[in-house]
Design a protein around this ligand. Structure first.
Ligand code: OAD
Length: 241
């Protein structure tokens, strides 16, 4: 039977997305077969220590990812999420762990990029992120203003998420209370604090859904409903009005 979400006029929907949502667009996920973390150590390319040890290697990694992400397109999963937002307005919030920009290209607006944005760069000293689609394969770029080192605008392991983002998400969950419908889509639930949003949703009495082609059992256990399938195939029907 095709799963279908039932919403009332007062329901508030919080969606958390992970790499699985972009898999059908051709963006590799992190864990599992052919995952980005299978062929390299996470700390080498996604930590402040890795950047200090070999900034050129880190920039090559993110330059390859910029190249890859600029060649792919949003899929029906991204589109279904944007369509749901258009229906719900301010009763909707998307928190994405994805940095590839595909939700924006599909039309999502009420969105928080909790792990940063692939097409932004920031200076280690000035700290102000700016849009940057360039690739840096040969040299580490420097800030035009202060000559500080430029780095990808990504939240690396060992770094804090933007506290304003967490406050916005907490605020949405609290204000929704039992009217909350929380969906985690295409995420293995291994990275906190995102992996803990389901617990916050449960605490306020929200209804929790997991959509994943191959859900992690420890994560799935914390949800009321688990829909197994590809997000690009499941979401258009799940969100049908
Ligand atoms: P993972 O690679 O850990 O998990 C991807 C999830 O997507 C898995 O549970 C897959 O089963 C599922 N999946 C794959 N294809 C799918 C499809 N077509 N439809 C639905 N589900 C599918 O990725 P994340 O959970 O996003 O952080 O990883 C979380 C964070 O860890 C990332 O944001 C990244 C990484 O280290 C940073 O780089 C800061």
């Amino acid at each position: 039977m095709t799963a279908r979400l039932t919403l009332t006029p007062t329901s508030k929907v919080l969606i958390l997305t992970g790499a699985g949502v972009s898999a059908e667009s051709g963006v590799p996920t992190f864990r599992g077969t052919n995952g980005l973390w299978e062929e390299r150590r996470v700390e080498e390319v996604a930590s402040p220590q890795g950047f200090d040890a070999d900034a050129k290697l880190v920039w090559r990694f993110y330059s390859l990812r910029r190249d890859g992400a600029s060649k792919v397109n949003p899929n029906p999963g991204h589109e279904a999420i944007a369509t749901l937002e258009a229906r719900l307005g301010d009763r909707f919030l998307l928190a994405t762990q994805n940095v590839d920009g595909l939700h924006t290209r599909a039309g999502s607006k009420r969105m928080i990029c909790i792990h940063g944005e692939l097409f932004k760069t920031r200076c280690e000293r000035c700290n102000e992120p700016f849009v940057d689609t360039k690739t840096y394969f040969d040299a580490v770029p420097r800030c035009e203003t202060c000559d500080g080192r430029l780095r990808p605008h990504i939240v690396w392991f060992g770094e804090m998420l933007n506290p304003t983002h967490l406050t916005q998400i907490d605020g949405f969950i609290e204000s929704a209370g039992p009217e909350l419908v929380f969906l985690a889509i295409g995420t293995s639930g291994q990275v906190y604090p995102a992996a803990g949003f389901v617990d916050a949703a449960r605490r306020v009495g929200g209804q929790c859904w997991l959509v994943d082609v191959d859900p992690t059992p420890e994560y799935a256990r914390r949800f009321d409903h688990v829909v197994r399938g590809k997000s690009g195939e499941v979401l258009p029907a799940l969100f049908a009005p």
